[in-house]
Design a protein around this ligand. Structure first.
Ligand code: PGA
Length: 239
């Protein structure tokens, strides 16, 4: 089971203390059954990767520029630089970035450049509330998958995170049967892929979410910023 902590645009050097408890926890807890990945903001990737160096916990980035070469792109960071800073994974296609204008084609370029850099991809897909209401969820997910993974022949290093846009940060989650159905649909489209669920995962609803047996883990935003909550979610998954 994957547990990916997405810190979003939160955290500073003091927040690194949050990792201490999780490091101690990870030493003992079901090592061969859990993969913990911290995705801090880019400013903390190097510090977090140094801190986690002798642990089983990995580090991921949250986005990158689509280009692979160095270049005149003020404010941008390419996937190679993130790898160099210590990232092993990268979240791409997050709806918060789609809302800022990233489309499937741009996400596809980012995925391909990140693969070339040797990063593993956590590829986020999900429908908005109005798309769900119009019963367009599967159509939208299909399009995101087909365009996002265009010309990606080796999908071994792609993990898909199903994150309904309306569930992110809202406290709402789909019904378990809906998640099961969508995750099966995704696994059928991308054979052999691991699929995570993300969107308002917390210490309460994990008791329901963990019962969905085709889900390979969780992408956790708000609740991952507090190590007690993050640990609680992981523990409850296995009770
Ligand atoms: P949330 O965020 O857990 O705060 O809803 C999840 C995400 O955006 O990846």
């Amino acid at each position: 089971m994957y547990f990916v902590a997405n810190w979003k645009m939160f955290g500073n050097f003091k927040s690194l203390n949050q990792l201490d408890k999780v490091m101690t926890f990870a030493k003992k807890f079901k090592k061969n059954k859990t993969k913990l990945i911290y995705c801090p903001p880019a400013t903390l990737i190097n510090a977090v990767s140094k801190k986690l160096k002798f642990t089983t916990i990995d580090v991921g980035a949250q986005n990158c520029h689509q280009g692979l070469n160095y270049g005149a792109n003020t404010g941008q960071i390419n996937s190679y630089m993130l790898k160099d800073a210590g990232a092993k994974y990268i979240i791409l296609g997050h709806s918060e970035n789609r809302q800022l204008g990233e489309d499937n084609n741009l996400i596809n370029l980012k995925i391909r450049s990140s693969i070339k850099s040797g990063l593993k991809i956590i590829f986020c897909i999900g429908e908005t509330l109005s798309q769900k209401r119009k019963k367009n969820t599967k159509k939208i997910l299909s399009k995101q998958i087909i365009q996002g993974l265009k010309n990606v022949s080796n999908k071994r290093n792609i993990i898909i995170a199903y994150e309904p846009v309306w569930a992110i940060g809202s406290g709402l989650i789909p019904k378990e049967t809906e998640i099961f159905d969508i995750v099966s649909f995704i696994k059928n489209k991308v054979k052999g892929s691991k699929v995570l669920y993300g969107g308002s995962v917390n210490t309460n609803n994990i008791n329901l979410l963990k019962k969905i047996d085709n889900v390979d883990g969780f992408l956790i935003g708000g609740a991952s910023q507090n190590s007690n909550n993050f640990i609680d979610i992981i523990k409850k998954t296995f009770i």
